[in-house]
Design a protein. Structure first.
Length: 158
């Protein structure tokens, strides 16, 4: 097994692993205390082996983003470490880093319900169209989440 401890739900996966180390100065690229460059590189390679076309790693203020798709909506995996408020930007001396991965499928504004303007078509049809697209987004998001779980050798619920 790749991990030594883990907790998982639909909001993400938290774990410790000796496979990933904090690189000196890596948090200078984003924010103090935010790590995960090695995790992002490893996970990007794993997802590519599973057939995903992953863009170059995107540095975010909270960690790293692995963009897997931008159309018909943005589908990505976020990864990094769980912030340690006691350390204030230093690397966890004497304690293992808790890593975190999560999957996001962002519904674009063009598919969201109109705000402050009249909708074309019946309100029922608009709600049905939006519901279909949201269901499709959840199905694709779940497929990526299953790929991430398999990458970490986790059981996949039926």
């Amino acid at each position: 097994m790749l991990v030594s401890m883990g907790s998982i739900d639909m909001n993400g996966y938290w774990f410790t692993s000796s496979l990933f180390q904090i690189e000196p100065g890596e948090d200078a690229e984003i924010n103090p205390g935010c790590y995960g460059q090695q995790l992002a590189i490893w996970l990007k390679t794993q997802l590519e082996h599973r057939g995903y076309s992953v863009e170059p790693i995107i540095n975010e203020d909270w960690g790293r983003c692995l963009m897997c798709s931008r159309d018909p909506f943005m589908l990505w995996v976020g990864c990094g470490n769980v912030a340690d408020p006691e350390q204030s930007g230093t690397a966890y001396p004497g304690r293992p880093v808790v890593w975190h991965c999560f999957v996001v499928a962002e519904l674009p504004w063009s598919l969201a319900p109109p705000i402050g303007r009249v909708s074309v078509g019946s309100p029922l049809r608009n709600r049905q169209r939006i519901a279909r697209r949201k269901r499709g987004r959840r199905v694709i998001e779940r497929k990526l989440w299953v790929a991430v779980r398999k990458t970490f050798q986790l059981p996949v619920p039926g």
